[in-house]
Ligand binder design. Structure first.
Ligand SMILES: NC(=O)c1ccc[n+]([C@@H]2O[C@H](COP(=O)([O-])OP(=O)(O)OC[C@H]3O[C@@H](n4cnc5c(N)ncnc54)[C@H](O)[C@@H]3O)[C@@H](O)[C@H]2O)c1
Length: 256
């Protein structure tokens, strides 16, 4: 793919960069000439992604305050600024009715998906405000706008991502910083495959086929590359009047 957005030399921080959406967005940003800081807790996969994309790898757990401040400090030490931030790392957690979930189940998902996103925003906004510029995309989900039985921690955490996006957009606006979130539906990554196995461990492929059939557009899961196309556009100046928004990418699943 040839460069189309002119990210040449811009500094991009991507969390969850070792797999799925993070890796797809990092790949696109590398092709577009951005200088990359790649963050993930999966050290081996992160190092191979960083080598392939010539990015700076920072092994960090986004649910740990000192490690979040650490990956932001590493970016500033290496490049002096942060122009683009894909605040994306997340986990699905355990699917079960609330009555069968422990508080620890809830806390585990909340720590990564909500606190992790908050701490990332907080640390990156501190860098972007004095710059007077920056573009941020948080990864929410269609789970940010609807409920689902047996998925309450994840649903709650993604509603939180939408709230954080709106608040950060208002706080960033006077400084020329835009903050949006993407809300993917069913996208074929490790996470989606784990969910099919949680729903029916005896027949995950059957679940995968049934979910595919439920999607109005194309009767299929989306791809990480399709999500990356949306994210990269939201990070680019082509979306310069868009902030505080949630963008569904779900093949019309939630249109009805
Ligand atoms: N796949 C889907 O259908 C789907 C739909 C909607 C939203 N999402 C969201 O998209 C984001 C990316 O998911 P994905 O499908 O690419 O999943 P994935 O599991 O393929 O990739 C997630 C990456 O994040 C990393 N990660 C997880 N917890 C971390 C932590 N605490 N610190 C640092 N890194 C961590 C993992 O190691 C992995 O590399 C998540 O926020 C997820 O909730 C996914």
């Amino acid at each position: 793919m040839s460069a189309k957005y002119g990210f040449d030399g811009q500094v991009a921080v991507v969390t969850g960069a070792a797999a799925g959406f993070g890796l797809a967005v990092a790949t696109r940003l590398a092709e577009e000439g951005a200088r990359l800081v790649l963050v993930d807790r999966a050290a081996d996969a992160l190092h191979s992604a960083a080598e392939k994309l010539s990015g700076l790898p920072v092994v960090a757990d986004v649910s740990v305050e000192s490690e979040v401040d650490g990956y932001v400090a590493a970016a500033v030490d290496a490049f002096g600024r942060i122009d683009l931030f894909f605040n994306n790392a997340g986990i699905e957690g355990r699917m079960a009715p609330m009555t069968e979930l422990s508080v620890a189940d809830f806390d585990r998902v909340w720590a990564v998906n909500a606190r992790g996103v908050f701490m990332g925003l907080r640390a990156v906004l501190k860098v972007m405000k004095p710059q007077g510029s920056g573009a941020i995309v948080n990864t929410a989900s269609m789970a940010a706008i609807k409920g689902a039985a047996t998925f309450s921690p994840y649903i709650a955490s993604k509603h939180a991502v939408l709230g954080l996006t709106k608040s950060a957009a208002l706080e960033g606006a006077p400084f020329g910083i835009r903050v949006n979130c993407v809300a993917p539906g069913h996208i074929d990554t490790r996470m989606a495959r784990d969910l099919t196995a949680q729903i029916n461990p005896d027949d995950p492929e059957g679940v995968f086929r049934a979910v595919s059939e439920s999607v109005p557009l194309g009767k299929r899961y989306g791809t990480a590359t399709e999500v990356s196309n949306l994210v990269v556009w939201l990070l680019s100046s082509e979306s310069e009047y868009i902030s505080g928004a949630l963008y569904l990418i779900d093949g019309a699943l939630n249109a009805g």
